[in-house]
Design a protein around this ligand. Structure first.
Ligand code: FES
Length: 154
């Protein structure tokens, strides 16, 4: 096998945290990538202090997409909606001790799915979350740009 995954990626892939759904979620969002065909859905339970009490996911995708959704949901639990916005794909990758460059787009799916769920929450409650832009439903639309800028960081 040519690809090297960190122990943390392997751990979250083989033993993913927070798999499932939240019925009557405060916010849920689905994003996909038309290029690889992978789909990720994130469910949030948010209390009236804007704190994320629980997060769950369902991912129909590659191992890296499963590992990043697992880690992303772990990272946003207990955070405020504002703090959850700081959980970027880079933060998720760092928490997983990195991903191979060809798998960076999988972590973008996790970032965008969080944004989509937060967007849904904001819409349901008629609020604006500062710094949150309308998410795309297909990350392959802007994947190229972000992957290039991420690789410059390496
Ligand atoms: Fe598409 Fe990983 S290969 S999300």
């Amino acid at each position: 096998m040519a690809m090297n995954y960190s122990e943390k990626v392997m751990d979250h892939f083989t033993n993913p945290r927070n798999v499932g759904e939240i019925e009557g979620c405060s916010g849920c969002g689905t994003v996909g990538n038309a290029v690889c065909g992978d789909i990720m859905r994130i469910y949030l339970d948010i209390d009236d202090q804007n704190i994320i009490r629980d997060a769950k996911f369902k991912t129909f995708g590659c191992g890296a997409a499963i590992a990043t959704s697992s880690m992303a949901t772990e990272l946003i639990k207990g955070k405020t909606v504002q703090q959850a916005l700081e959980v970027t794909n880079k933060a998720v990758m760092d928490a997983l001790d990195g991903l191979p460059p060809v798998k960076i787009h999988c972590s973008l799916l996790a970032e965008e799915a969080i944004h989509a769920a937060l967007w849904d929450y904001a819409e349901k409650n008629g609020i604006t979350i500062e710094g949150l832009e309308k998410p795309v439903s297909d990350i392959s639309e802007h994947e190229h740009l972000e992957v290039v800028s991420d690789e410059e960081d390496l």
